[in-house]
Design a protein around this ligand. Structure first.
Ligand SMILES: [Zn+2]
Length: 141
């Protein structure tokens, strides 16, 4: 105990028990605040699915808010969707560039179509949408 007293006397010139309790309360408070901040940072990692353009998008988080293995799934049966963006290569007009998402399990039915570009473009805008919701804290629904 004497080294603790010496520590306080070294700083304040005197020692009272209340200083020890104050210091302990302060340390506990710092630990609690750190804990809350760290947990809060990880909160977005629970956000791993989003319904957009009529289909279900799923992905994983890696490192600092990096979206990996992003793909879309059938809203009816949940299976992975096939992507058809063949039409994008033969068209020069952006308005004619369309990517189709098809569910083989549901009998080759079109589940979604996104105008404006190929699959790279689609993944880019979905990523953008996910990041926007995370940065605006707009995903807890
Ligand atoms: Zn399906």
């Amino acid at each position: 105990m004497s080294y603790i007293k010496d520590f306080f006397i070294g700083i304040f010139g005197y020692y009272e028990d209340v200083m020890l309790f104050g210091a302990l309360a302060f340390i506990i408070l710092i630990i609690v605040i750190l804990f809350i901040l760290l947990r809060r940072k990880k909160e977005y990692e629970k956000f791993k699915t989003l319904r957009l353009y009529g289909v279900v998008w799923r992905w994983n988080w890696m490192g600092k808010k990096k979206i990996i293995s992003l793909w879309c799934y059938c809203p009816v049966c949940g299976s992975e969707l096939m992507c058809d963006d063949e039409a994008c290569r033969s068209n020069d007009l952006l308005a004619n560039k369309t990517t189709y998402f098809i569910c083989q399990k549901c009998g080759g039915v079109e589940k979604s179509r996104i105008v404006g570009g190929d699959r790279k473009h689609v993944l880019k805008i979905v990523r953008f949408e996910i990041n926007k919701r995370v940065s605006q804290n707009n995903y807890k629904k």
